[in-house]
Design a binder for this molecule. Sequence first.
Ligand code: SF4
Length: 82
Amino acid sequence: MAFVITKPCIGVKDASCLEVSPVLCIASNENEEMYFIDPEACINCGYCEPVCPVTAIFDEYKMPSDQREFLKINRDFYLNNP
Ligand code: SF4
């Protein structure tokens, strides 16, 4: 179980979530338009969810159904950037 960053982050990259994660499991790079959560490292603390100014972060089991593709998008970032 993990939290997931979804579509509203695209083009925003506010990065408030990075400051509150106790396990540093949120990352991006200069080629990407959003941040991603590493599902293998996330400890499901929930600290990041309320600090996002665009409500882009959800518990994977409570996320909007039209954002489900972001489960794979978050996971794939870490598979492609080990
Ligand atoms: S739920 Fe906690 S561990 Fe997971 S990404 Fe958010 S702040 Fe980091």
